[in-house]
Ligand binder design. Structure first.
Ligand SMILES: [Zn+2]
Length: 398
């Protein structure tokens, strides 16, 4: 069989996916005897896409797996940190600082940035989706819109940002949760009727899998909802995957299904909606009787965050390219409004414009290629994200 197009882990680790100009740099530094030079490099973002006011830093644990064993020390804000973009009056606060010989990690820049830029975009988008849903469950369904090599990464990032569940087995393994799913429309089509598909699901699929039936394959959703309620004893919910083109007034359709189920004594059966949902449609349905949302493309297709990796010190001497600020900088954050600041030493006292004393939020995570802080599980990272979003919500500073 011919090799598929995607890079595998070996390709990434040995630098096969890097931009070739890093290879040129490496060859020149080695030839000129500059391969002993120690540098400090920081990772920062400027403005955020789509006018976002905050981002959810995601991907650190994978970067650490990549860098383990290389002779580098890594300081970083915890994965899941909610950070603000640079304000006109502030210097960019780094999310990560790398120290060591450039030659030991410089060629990995392409991979490192890719491991945080896309995951941070996806995590931020799913946090926004969770807020749009007013904390109702959101399930990430967007893997099919991106290359399959990314499915675990996308699902993990969506979960960390606040999604409650994911749909792929690769993602489920990474976040240590069973992936969620019903059946595609193809099953009722192949079996010839809704009723046959509902009963077959209930008969064949392990009883630990929630009984959620897809009700928009053939007939009117109201009729199919009642059929599902009658065919499946422990029915948890019905899912409307109606594409936008057929929806008309989606809210009314949902209300009708709810009314019909309640009238027939199925008040406990939940309504789950999916199919082309974005932040606006989810926000518009958050106050309805919808119990949870399946969101695909708008999460997996989230804009990436343009972090950059810049040299800020060479052999202990501050230095930077034009447009960047030289010197090792420590990231601070206001505990109330999450405005970011920087200081040149980690003990400095700085205050936010809102009057609150800022906190230094960076930690030494890897020393000379060895972790000094144990791996953090996705569940804990997600809890940290949710806690921060609730703080912002409570303080009215979202
Ligand atoms: Zn503040």
């Amino acid at each position: 069989m011919k090799k598929l197009f995607a890079a595998d882990e070996k390709d990434i680790r040995n630098g096969y996916t890097k931009d070739v100009y890093f290879e040129h740099t490496k060859q020149i530094l080695e030839a000129k005897g500059l391969d002993d030079m120690e540098v400090s490099m920081e990772f920062t973002s400027g403005s955020l896409p789509c006018g976002w006011k905050w981002g959810v830093f995601c991907g650190l644990e994978e970067v650490l797996r990549l860098m383990e064993g290389t002779n580098v020390s890594i300081y970083a804000v915890p994965e899941g940190t909610v950070f603000r973009p640079r304000t006109p009056a502030s210097v960019r606060a780094p999310v990560m600082n790398f120290h060591g010989k450039y030659i030991d990690f410089g060629v990995m820049e392409t991979a490192i940035l890719g491991m945080i830029c896309q995951p941070t975009g996806v995590a931020t988008k799913s946090a926004r989706m969770k807020l749009a849903a007013k904390w109702k469950p959101v399930i990430a369904f967007g893997n099919r819109r991106m290359h399959p090599a990314l499915s675990g990464v996308l699902d993990r990032s969506a979960y960390i940002g606040g999604c409650d569940d994911v749909s792929s087995e690769a993602g489920g393994e990474l976040i240590e949760r069973k992936p969620l799913g019903t059946v595609p429309h193809v099953l009722p089509l192949m079996m010839g009727s809704n009723d046959a598909a509902f009963r077959a699901f209930d008969e064949i699929i392990d009883s630990s899998v929630p009984r959620i039936m897809l009700i928009d394959t053939f007939s009117d959703e109201r009729t199919a909802a009642i059929e599902a309620c009658k065919s499946v004893k422990n029915l948890m919910g019905v899912r409307l995957d109606t594409p936008g083109s057929r929806r008309g007034n989606f809210k009314e359709l949902i209300d009708e299904v709810r009314w019909e189920m309640d009238m027939n004594g199925f008040e406990d059966v939940k309504i789950i909606v999916s199919g082309g949902l974005d932040e606006d449609t989810v926000a518009g349905l958050a106050d309805t009787c919808v119990s949870s949302f399946g969101v695909g493309t708008s999460i997996s297709n989230a804009p990436t965050l343009d972090f950059s990796m810049d040299l800020v010190e060479k052999d202990g001497v501050p230095m930077a390219k034009r447009g960047k600020f030289a010197g090792r900088k420590y990231p601070y954050r206001c505990p109330r409004c999450f405005t970011m600041g920087v200081a040149l030493n980690p003990d400095e006292e700085i205050f936010c414009e809102c009057g609150e004393k800022m906190e230094m939020i960076e930690k030494l995570i890897m020393k000379d290629g060895k972790r000094v802080i144990p791996e953090v599980k996705p569940t804990e990272i997600r809890e940290y994200v949710v806690k921060q979003l609730k703080t912002l919500e409570t303080n009215g500073t979202l």
